[in-house]
Each structure stands twice: as C-alpha cells, then as structure tokens.
Design a binder for this molecule. Sequence first.
Ligand code: SF4
Length: 395
Amino acid sequence: MEAAPQGEAVSRLSSHVSRTNIFDFDRASLEAFFEQELGEKKFRAHQVMKWIHHRHVTEFADMTDLGKALRAKLEGRAVVHAPQVVFDKASADGTHKWLLGMDPKNAIETVYIPDKGRGTLCVSSQVGCALNCQFCSTATQGFNRNLSTAEIIGQVWVAARHLGNVPHQQRKLTNVVMMGMGEPLANFDNVVRAMSIMRDDLGYGLANKRVTLSTAGMVPMIDKLGEVSDVSLAVSLHAPFDELRSELVPLNRKYPIAELMEACVRYALRKRGTSVTFEYTLMKDVNDQPEHARGLVKLLREFDRRVQMKDAAKVNLIPFNPFPGTRFARPTDEAIRAFQKQLNNAGMIAPVRRTRGDDIDAACGQLKGQVMDRTRRSAEFRKRLQAPGARDAAA
Ligand code: SF4
C-alpha cells in the first residue's frame, strides 16, 4: 500500500465533521477516521470498505456485522455518497458508457470495455481538461475542476455494481485505465488515493500493473508518481518530433520530448521489468507518414537502450476517432497498416487499438460529459465554429 495522505483526509474531515463521504478515504485514511474520529478499532474500517466496494452497500443500516451503536454513530458523522447516474448506454459491441452527475452543473463520462478475458474501465479524473490537446473531444469542452477521490472511485463503484463485480470471485472488472476526461497528474493526490483503493484487497483488488495512469507528459509529476505508486504508466505521445507534438499536445512546449522521455526512463528504472506504453493517435496526413514511423522507432529504441530492456517501450496505435467540429481525419486502413508494418519491420510490437463503442460516442478521445467551462475556452471555440471556414475552427 502506498502512503496515504492521512493528515489531509482527516483535516478535510474535521472541517466537515457533520457528514463526510466515506468514498473519499482509502484504507489508511479510513482507519485513521475510525480510530481518531470515532474511537473505534481499525478492523471496523475494513468491514465498512468491504460492504461498500465488495457488496455495493451504501446504507450503514444494512451493514449488519456492525453493532447498532456504531451504525448510529456512522449515520451521524458520515455518508456513502456515490455519483448520480444521469444515463447509461450500451453499445452493440458490449461497451457501456455512463454519464455521471458530479454536481448540479457538471457531469463526466466513464466507459467499460469488455474484451476476451478482461474488462477495462476507463475512468475520468477531471471535469473537462485544461490541456487543450488538439485532437481531443474533451478539450473542446474546456475545464471546470478536479474530481475528488470519492468522485473518481465512485465511477469504479457504479460500474462494479452494474456488472455484479466481486473482487477475487466474480471478476468482471479486471483493469482500470485513468484515460477518461482530464489529465490525472494534474489532480495528483485525489487520483493516487483513488488508485490505492482500486489496488487494495478491501477495495477492488487489482494488481498494480492492471491500473494504468495515462498522462500527456507532466514531467515533474511522473517523478512524483514514481515515488508513491507502482501503477502502469502510459504516455500520450502522438508525435516523435517537438514541433509537431507542440502543435498537437500544447503541454509539449513546457516539457519537450527529450525531458519527457528522461522522466519515462526514470520511471521504468525504479523497478526492473517495468515497461511504459506510448499512445500514438494516428491522424491522416498529420503524423501517419513514413518519417513519423521512423522517428518513433528511433525514439523508442533509445528508450529501450536506456532502460536496458527489450520492448520496454510499448506502442499503442489508436486510429483517430472523429468528433463534430474536428479538423482531423482518420487515416485509411491501408495507411494504418503501412504505419504499423514499418514499426513491426523495425522489430517493435505495435498493436492497433480496435475502436470500441463508437455507436455511443464512447471511443477513445470522444468523451465529453457536460462541463460548465470556467476557462471560457469552450465559448471561444463555439464562436470560432460559427465563423466562416468553420471546418478548421478547432485549429
Ligand atoms: S487528450 Fe487527455 S490531456 Fe489532452 S486534452 Fe484530452 S483529456 Fe486532456
């Protein structure tokens, strides 16, 4: 278990002594709550975690192995408040999407993707996103706020309840990827605490490598993540050259590719056998040309050399999923295959991610939710869309 920010959780608790949301606590901070605030033994905290995350019970009155007095005490001090399901939709291919209300004005999306022998949940970390990656639907919505730990783990809880998931027994949910709306490393503490619950046997019991955090490249926070957690790291690369990457992922202007790759090397070197996944969204005539494939091979070969492990760098090729107003297009299947072949010929494994759930707008890069933009960027974006030459408005 990674160190939990107990002090923070407890002090947040003291300012809301009346009713705190138990979903906000991982094991360590819930134990502290039981011991320091309720004067109860630690194992009571464990019982409550099991009721919530294994049995999906949210009423203290239904937690029948707790004594009456403790249940009454909990009623007075705490709640188990899950996100509200605004609607959910099932895709013909088994993918399932939820729109979850986080507050009266904002909602985020969570997607479950079943596949052979695995079930992956794509979880959001923020309401909207401020990073403005040019090919991303979430970015067009602007940014409102970070999600709390309760709002992040609440997404897992909603999906687990829907699926009838029971950790270690009825495992429907085998993987979580922090790849939904938002940049997870910009919401560090809440994301790390939520990932701790995902990996805890009293939570969802997922192995470290089955929880993946995907970042656009917040270099100092990658190092910080390496200090407190051991989850799988994925990096949204999308271009092997700085000029192009800075256009597609504006964060690259702050943390260019060389710095980003150094941080990835440091992350991988902490523990022998660690690989890093590099996501590469293929956009027609933008980053799908032979020189891009050559640049990618060079970059990732160098990564393998530095980490001293063959295939330490894994590539995921993601054909661009169009959304209204975008200036980008998906390459043809032939172009995608040609790009992949170039990587394969250089000895790299580079699977093409199958598009899932596109009939319900749940495919990669299509998540939108409902965001009351506080950055005003979405209003500007809409204005540009209405202007002449609107097809290029997202540029
Ligand atoms: S790709 Fe990720 S980091 Fe970039 S704008 Fe979209 S949600 Fe934010």
